[in-house]
Design a protein around this ligand. Structure first.
Ligand SMILES: N[C@@H](CCC(=O)N[C@@H](CS)C(=O)NCC(=O)O)C(=O)O
Length: 294
């Protein structure tokens, strides 16, 4: 995995900008979401699609968790575009694109090009632009009265934790690693405190922030703890966060999009810059089915 263009001179990981940043339009059946079950950014979109009952509105293609030198590939051919690799969609949309071909991304089946790979915006668009198609009784994950606070918390989650684990794992200097890993555990400590006396990050109602936190927590002990060297504490060492993660795991939208086999094989086999042997470790032996503490 070549991250040289995303590594600063002092060894810090700086994520590439998103190439496609258009918004979807409120049309059922027009768009196809491309996602990996291994990827935390993509799982967010899968969770939100399912929570909002958008399965008939937005189609999904899941990629093979093992990427090769040509990037993400499909299981056989993508039924929507006939492509074998995700790169074909990127290059059809922008032949001069030279960055990493990333999931999640959304393909416009009418215009035959990628609309967006802007991962933080994809879920917000599902929540707002696709509101006319939400299932009856679907949660309001991005309520207007809380948007400023949700955005603020999401920013902290991103820098400290969601991307923080990547900054630790992809660091190429001790200093860059120290800075990132410190922030990861300060953020987890802050979240453990915040969950005192509340079920979700904003109280009784599930929001976009919970989706964003969950996908990092689900990967924490299996991957980030060892592979990304975030080993000061495990998720299971945080009583509230661990109970909260299991509480979310009981919801089908979360559980059915959480695939520990895809997660482990993707990170340990594909990221040979960190794990050159490609060996997938056993464990951890933790019980995600255990009832949450109440
Ligand atoms: N689009 C973002 C975030 C999404 C992202 O990093 N997705 C990863 C999987 S978790 C990916 O698709 N990586 C492809 C690659 O590195 O070639 C980015 O460009 O960094």
């Amino acid at each position: 995995m070549d991250l040289s263009r995303e590594t600063t001179d002092d060894g810090r990981f700086r994520r590439q900008p998103n190439r496609f940043t258009d918004h979807i339009t409120p049309e059922a059946g027009r768009y196809q979401l491309y996602a990996s079950l291994a990827c935390p950014w993509a799982q967010r979109a899968l969770i939100v699609r399912r929570l909002l009952g958008l399965e008939e509105v937005i189609g999904v293609t899941i990629v093979d968790p093992i990427r090769d030198e040509k990037g993400w590939r499909f299981f056989g051919k993508d039924p929507v575009t006939g492509a074998a690799y995700l790169s074909e969609l990127y290059l059809a949309s922008d032949p001069s694109f030279t960055g990493r071909y990333t999931v999640p991304c959304v393909w416009d089946t009418k215009a035959n090009h990628l609309t967006t790979n802007d991962y933080p915006q994809i879920t917000l668009d599902f929540e707002t632009i696709l509101a006319p198609f939400h299932a009856q009784g679907a949660p309001d994950l991005y309520p207007e009265r809380l948007r400023a606070e949700i955005d603020e918390l999401n920013d902290r989650l991103f820098h400290g934790l969601n991307n923080g684990v990547y900054k630790a794992g992809f660091a190429r200097s001790q200093e860059a690693y120290d800075e990132a890993v410190g922030e990861v555990f300060r953020t987890l400590d802050f979240l453990e405190e915040r969950l005192g006396g509340r079920r979700f990050l904003f109280g009784d109602d599930l929001t976009e922030s919970d989706v964003r936190l969950y996908t990092t927590l689900a990967r924490f002990d299996a991957v980030y703890h060892s592979h990304f060297k975030c080993m000061v504490r495990r998720l299971v060492d945080y009583p509230r966060l661990w109970s909260y993660a299991r509480d979310l795991y009981r919801v089908p939208a979360f559980r059915e999009t959480t695939d520990f086999d895809h997660i482990k094989r993707h990170y340990y086999v594909t990221q040979t810059n960190i794990n050159p042997t490609g060996i997938v470790p056993w464990g951890p032996d933790v019980d995600w089915e255990a009832p949450p503490a109440r």
